[in-house]
Design a protein around this ligand. Sequence first.
Ligand SMILES: Cc1cc2nc3c(=O)[nH]c(=O)nc-3n(C[C@H](O)[C@H](O)[C@H](O)COP(=O)(O)OP(=O)(O)OC[C@H]3O[C@@H](n4cnc5c(N)ncnc54)[C@H](O)[C@@H]3O)c2cc1C
Length: 422
Amino acid sequence: MNTKNIQDEENKVWDVVIIGGGPAGMMTAGRAGERGRSVLVLEKNSIFGKKLLLTGGGRCNITNNKTNVREMVERYKTDGKFLYSTFMQHGVTDSVIFFTSKGIALKEENEGRLFPVSNSATTVRDALVTYMEQSKVKVRTNCTVTAITKDQKNGLFYISLLNTKKICAKKCVVASGGVSHPETGSTGECFTWLSLLGHEVQKNDCALVPISLKDTWVKKIAGLTLPDCKVTLYCDGKKQCVQSGKVLFTHVGLSGPLVLNMSKTIGLLLTQGTVTLKLDLLPTHEIGALRKAFRTLLTQESNKKIKNVLGIFIPTGMVGPLLEISGVDGETPNHSLHTCDRAKIVTHMKGFTCTVASLLGADKAIISSGGIIPTEVNFKTMESRLVPGLYLVGDVLNIDRPSGGYSLQLCWSTGFVAGSHV
Ligand SMILES: Cc1cc2nc3c(=O)[nH]c(=O)nc-3n(C[C@H](O)[C@H](O)[C@H](O)COP(=O)(O)OP(=O)(O)OC[C@H]3O[C@@H](n4cnc5c(N)ncnc54)[C@H](O)[C@@H]3O)c2cc1C
């Protein structure tokens, strides 16, 4: 950008300045711009939507196909009550229409997850950048905001930047994200400014975070996925809860939607005792029927080694760890397998035990918990209840949510609503 443009930006009073060019900031900006507001977006990275590009493993799980607003808000647990008016103004159907109209065709995958047909988060990011351009939004990248203040006399916001002059705005939108994956730019400094402006900030922590296991066998099966696994969570041997879904083995432990959604509970339980997970590798098989089927297989394939037949029941990658935790030598011919070893193998197929070491850190978390408490925001407009003219969108809000497209939907809905009211 040339010096003249910078000076023009600095001498002007903008209708709206948006801090953060992630999904929430871009949606807010495009919407405010198309309503004729003069809008400037300030983004510290050299590109927009750095975290957005990581979403859904680079494929972007853009939302979840729950078109009924009541059903959708229930997924945000007790915080859902705040979101009703926001989602009524812009819900899942509106987001689907929005992205389709921008050339992003969507497809549905498991549990209602919607992805772009392109399988590319870049196409989603680019569509939002184009939306901002078409809405005549001005943008400044490589631009780090260091503080926001509000002049109580003239009601204007002054936004301080690293190395350049302040920017002045009638309305200010904070869309600078939470604290997960800080390398994408979401480093949480906004929470200091917001608390100086009078907001209560719930302490930030990781949420939807993978776990590491004490079991060393996990390294050998990194990348393996169990698409339909039933997981029972225990603390000091006491059963806590049971959930089913997709589990992914990583180099250090477990991830995937099911584990991410359980991570908050696991984190709490880790402060109380030893946390173990039992993975039912064959949830559709009743244990009695499995015992019988296994016995039949061993008889039919009596001259083969046990390690070479278990793949009929479970993913072949799991065979080694299963034999290891069952204490059975894989070279054993089926005809020589002891009854007690046969029983152990079946027991572990139905309850493969893993011991949790810890939750991974913020650099691996999908979202952070914490942020601005929802009672301090008017969700009909996304305006702060404490600081008129200040708007809060996306991950800066302390809204509990599961994995499955619900975080980005929060960005689309809060962004659209803020952009409609600034
Ligand atoms: C690995 C991973 C995968 C995910 N997958 C999914 C998924 O498939 N579906 C889903 O719904 N959600 C997913 N999420 C969550 C989703 O990415 C976030 O909820 C979403 O990006 C939040 O958007 P945001 O605009 O509020 O914040 P962010 O995306 O964090 O954007 C905030 C922006 O503000 C900028 N910024 C911060 N501070 C300043 C400053 N001081 N000055 C200027 N700019 C600043 C940052 O550089 C950043 O660009 C995933 C998250 C991760 C980490």
